[in-house]
Design a protein around this ligand. Structure first.
Ligand code: FAD
Length: 238
């Protein structure tokens, strides 16, 4: 018999609690977590989540979707059926607990200081997470009028997926893009034949070429195979 029971969390971990969960498909879900104590981070960083299983602590990195301005930490997770951790995380529902390291990590933050102002943000599916955090944070600052944004900075975001239901934040990103002058967002799918939506795998003509032409600074979070597929898809349409 296997057991997922927390050992004492120790100095480095909080006992976190699941607050909300939204399933997008059978292997993708969004989850909001109370980290269980003070947790500082900057948009683009990640948290380390884990469980204790059969006396062994299993931990993995997860990019934080939420903005530091929000209560709780939000994550966008894909189930890896044979994986060590995600099958355990997948079983968690509101009220259930997990472990969260007390310290955030990562340097995948938005560079607003180097002087480079065009930011091409490329992601497949859950890779969008840090970019949602950038945009939510910048939007809040922009609305409050105390931001280094917009300045001359522009964010061009392209998200690839196999089918449209994998885009957990598409509506939110499209809403930001419609409202602010400094953010553009396009989603594209690689299996339109499995998906009868209005998107049909099409990128607006020359979108990527325009973004790349203006590019001085690239932030990407694609796995190489996905990046190649997305590039092929873009090239085929331009
Ligand atoms: C900085 C950082 C941020 C991350 N942010 C996120 C995030 O926001 N959301 C998220 O879902 N994951 C994210 N990951 C990946 C995450 O840390 C785990 O690797 C992933 O959840 C798989 O964990 P696992 O223990 O279930 O699988 P493992 O036991 O680690 O992996 C089992 C096998 O599956 C392969 N594998 C791992 N991930 C995938 C995948 N997605 N698809 C197919 N095969 C895979 C591995 O290469 C390995 O061969 C991030 C990783 C890093 C380094």
């Amino acid at each position: 018999m296997t057991e997922t029971q927390p050992n004492p969390p120790g100095d480095k971990h909080y006992v976190a609690k699941v607050l909300e969960r939204k399933d997008l498909s059978e292997d993708l879900w969004l989850v909001r977590v109370d980290p269980g104590g003070p947790f500082k981070f900057v948009a683009g960083q990640y948290a380390t989540l884990g469980v204790d299983h059969n006396g062994k602590r299993i931990e993995r990195a997860y990019s934080i979707v939420s903005s530091p301005y929000e209560d709780g930490l939000e994550f966008f997770i894909e189930l890896v059926p044979q994986g060590d951790l995600t099958p355990h995380l997948y079983k968690l529902h509101p009220g259930d607990t997990l472990l969260c390291r007390k310290i955030s990590k990562g340097r995948f933050t938005l560079d607003l200081k180097s002087g480079r102002t065009n930011h091409l943000l490329l992601a497949t599916v859950t890779g969008l997470a840090p970019f949602v955090s950038y945009v939510r944070t910048l939007y809040k600052d922009w609305k409050a009028g105390n931001s280094p944004m917009p300045g001359n900075h522009k964010l061009f975001c392209i998200q690839g997926g196999s089918r449209s239901w994998e885009f957990g934040y598409r509506e939110e990103m499209e809403k930001f893009a419609a409202e602010v002058p400094w953010f553009k967002y396009v989603s594209t799918i690689s299996r339109p034949w499995e998906d009868e939506t209005e998107h049909g795998g099409k990128l607006p003509r020359n979108f990527a070429a325009r973004g790349l032409a203006e590019r001085k600074h690239v932030r990407g979070s694609l796995f190489p195979a996905a990046e190649r597929r997305l590039s092929e898809n873009i090239l085929a349409q331009n």
